[in-house]
Design a protein around this ligand. Structure first.
Ligand code: PEP
Length: 250
């Protein structure tokens, strides 16, 4: 069975609540599409107004992060239960910016992934190499390690529902998109790794996105690759271009 594409925006630390509502109003008609899952991952404070603004549309609202504990003395954190209660279905886990600026590790990513599944949230699990790692030829080894740790103790059934975002760090926010061949090669290696950990059926079901300076012009070729099931889009998700990206095959 063909995998359904998933195209998600990552707003990062942009958009106040009122700006969020205005952006959703602008993008609503532009991202209308039946055969793609369209997700806007927004800052925590925007989640509730965004869900309200996206009501009766095909837009689903996701979170950009969550904590791996249930509740308690973790000042400033957001729990999975809070996200679920607000109506969130997807949560980005382990974005490279969280790893770089907020000391997230493969181990904390794994804890968050397990906790997300416990609450029926679909994690969008990020992985990706630095430029040095690519230049040293260790990209695939590095990504396989990230994936293996992220999926520790995750069941095959859960893994089949997960989303992985392959995001080379050197391509994020740089305007330097990976070539189609580079992106496909790593996304295929990720799928092969999932097949090794689980089985072919799980590997065939899991959705793998490419992220890193995706634009309206690069999306069609990237998303046409056999192992690329959509994209995680930063900068371009805040603009009307996101409508073109969602409609990449029109
Ligand atoms: C991202 O934030 O996940 C991302 C890919 O950003 P950009 O599209 O701006 O490179």
């Amino acid at each position: 069975m063909a995998r359904r594409k998933i195209i998600a925006g990552n707003w990062k630390m942009n958009m106040t609540p009122s700006q969020a509502v205005a952006l959703i109003e602008t993008l609503k008609p532009l991202v209308k599409k039946d055969d793609v899952d369209v997700v806007f991952c927004v800052p925590a404070i925007d989640i509730i107004p965004a869900i309200e603004a996206a009501k009766d549309t095909n837009i689903q609202i996701g979170a950009e992060n969550m904590y791996f504990e249930e509740k308690g003395a973790y000042t400033g954190e957001i729990s999975p239960e809070m996200l679920v209660d607000a109506g969130v279905k997807y949560v980005i886990i382990g974005h490279s910016e969280r790893r770089e600026y907020f000391a997230e590790t493969d181990e904390t990513v794994n804890k968050k992934v397990l906790k997300a599944f416990e609450h029926d949230l679909t994690p969008i699990i990020c992985c990706g190499e630095t430029l040095t790692q690519r230049e040293q030829g260790v990209t695939i080894d590095f990504i396989r390690q990230q994936i293996k740790i992220a999926f520790l103790n995750v069941t095959a059934q859960q893994a089949a529902d997960a989303v992985i975002a392959y995001e080379p760090i050197w391509a994020i926010g740089t305007g330097k998109v990976a070539t189609t061949e580079q992106a496909q090669e790593v996304c295929k290696a990720i799928r092969d790794c999932i097949a090794e950990i689980y089985d072919e059926a799980t590997a065939a079901a899991i959705r793998i996105q490419y992220g890193g300076s995706v634009s309206a012009s690069s999306a069609p070729e990237l998303f046409a690759q056999a192992d690329i099931d959509g994209g995680l889009v930063g900068g371009a998700s805040l603009k009307k271009d996101f409508g073109q990206i969602v409609n990449y095959n029109k």
